[in-house]
Design a protein. Structure first.
Length: 96
């Protein structure tokens, strides 16, 4: 009787099934991201780069600082992404 660990194949795992699962999850993530972009673009017009960069910041687990002239839709973008992604958005205003 040995306490040697079992090989993944002996436990019912295979590299192929794991790769297939990963590919399925990746496809699901890509389709969800496309749907989120579509929903945001129905509210935010002409700001594709800002939407893309903000999504990158959110998905990478970081923070996003949006800087720009008044009236460009920064608050609307934050609020819209919060609604679409099911996140809480907070607005911090700094007026010198």
């Amino acid at each position: 009787m040995t306490n040697a660990p079992k090989f993944p194949e002996e436990m019912g795992f295979s590299q192929e099934s794991s790769l297939e699962r990963d590919a399925t999850r990746l496809d699901e993530c890509v389709s969800r991201l496309a749907e989120a972009r579509k929903m945001v673009s129905s509210i935010i017009f002409g700001q594709n780069d800002a939407v893309e960069q903000t999504l990158i910041g959110i998905l990478s687990g970081g923070h996003v600082l949006m800087v720009g002239a008044p009236g460009l839709g920064k608050s609307l973008l934050a609020h819209t992404l919060g609604k679409v992604l099911g996140l809480l958005d907070k607005r911090v205003q700094f007026t010198p």
